[in-house]
Design a protein around this ligand. Structure first.
Ligand SMILES: *[C@@H]1O[C@H](CO)[C@@H](O)[C@H](O)[C@H]1NC(C)=O
Ligand SMILES: *[C@@H]1O[C@H](CO)[C@@H](O)[C@H](O)[C@H]1NC(C)=O
Ligand SMILES: *[C@@H]1O[C@H](CO)[C@@H](O)[C@H](O)[C@H]1NC(C)=O
Ligand SMILES: CC(=O)N[C@H]1CO[C@H](CO)[C@@H](O)[C@@H]1O
Length: 278
């Protein structure tokens, strides 16, 4: 049985660069099962990463079902840093961001998930920060890809931008980007629309989705390491981040009036039914 499977997995990889899309799509569909980290054939696939990644990147650009299969395979394989290196490719990054931004894209969420794995690699984070694009009507006029992704995350909450996508995994992308100084400055400085990207993220510190909430909280935490920006972070007329840090910590405790009046206005206005989040 082992040899049969071994033979199949090696053969399937060969089929992925057949001229016929039909043959490639079928081979891909059968290959996905071998891409998981629990599969004993994953190492064989990783050893063939150069041609395998090239073929999978190509298949991501085909019809939605094939693209979905290819993304699934890449998501699982990309927990390996050697696969992340193969994906550290500007053209592919650009295509993935297109799949995320198209309003009716059915693979936007898997694309976000793959991007979140890819940004474990610092070089990919830097490429994404420097990636320029054209204005995307209906989404963003900025020429920076990162601004457009922040917009998709903000506008896309609760499927409001694309009814097939929630964009929560972009929070993990942002959290990785904020691991770099250049990334933190991206979130803190005003974008071309006059608003700092962090102001579009911080409103989600209490979101019901743990991926969205967790990623956003990491971005804020990392940005706090930029001590020169503390004044802007605290200024109610600038970034005004403090209430959003405090909100998840606040329950409906009673405070005496004097103590209470020192809290930011957003906190004072909380109802009695507010429960703290741990
Ligand atoms: C890649 O993504 C999958 C699905 O989101 C996740 O289970 C896995 O831990 C990720 N790998 C890394 C290295 O983050
Ligand atoms: C990230 O990818 C680049 C290839 O573009 C590679 O040189 C580098 O070693 C990778 N970093 C890690 C931590 O794997
Ligand atoms: C991305 O996040 C993971 C954990 O979620 C971390 O191990 C990795 O170092 C981060 N990468 C960068 C470039 O910050
Ligand atoms: C997106 C995807 O296909 N993820 C799979 C990765 O592999 C694990 C098992 O290791 C599956 O449970 C996931 O569904």
């Amino acid at each position: 049985m082992f040899l049969v499977h071994l033979f199949i997995s090696v053969q399937l990889v060969e089929f992925l660069h057949q001229p016929s899309l039909e043959v490639r799509a079928i081979a891909l569909h059968h290959l996905i099962g071998f891409t998981t980290s629990s599969s004993e054939y994953q190492p064989i696939l990783i050893s063939k990463r150069e041609t395998l990644c090239k073929d999978l990147k190509q298949l991501v650009q085909e019809d939605p079902i094939t693209a979905h299969d290819a993304l699934k395979g890449l998501i699982n394989l990309s927990s390996d840093p050697r696969i992340q290196q193969e994906l550290d490719d500007e053209a592919f990054l650009e295509y993935l961001c297109l799949l995320i931004r198209v309003p009716k894209s059915v693979v936007a969420d898997p694309a976000c998930m793959l991007l979140s794995n890819m940004t474990k690699n610092e070089s990919t984070c830097r490429k994404l920060l420097e990636l320029k694009t054209n204005a995307f009507p209906g989404l963003s006029d900025s020429e920076w890809m990162m601004d457009q992704l922040v917009e998709a995350f903000h506008k896309g909450h609760l499927k409001a931008y694309n009814e097939q996508a929630e964009f929560d995994f972009l929070a993990s992308v942002f959290s990785n980007i904020s691991g770099l100084h250049a990334g933190r400055m991206f979130f803190l400085k005003d974008a071309p629309d006059g608003l700092a990207p962090i102001t579009k993220l911080q409103i989600f510190t209490e979101d019901a989705n743990v991926i969205r909430r967790g990623g956003v909280i990491t971005v804020i935490k990392n940005c706090c390491f930029e001590t020169r920006e503390h004044e802007r972070l605290l200024d109610v007329n600038k970034l005004n981040t403090l209430p959003f840090i405090l909100l998840p910590l606040c329950g409906n405790e009673e405070y005496d009036m004097e103590e209470f009046e020192q809290f930011p206005e957003e906190i004072q206005l909380l109802g009695d039914d507010k429960v703290g989040r741990t």
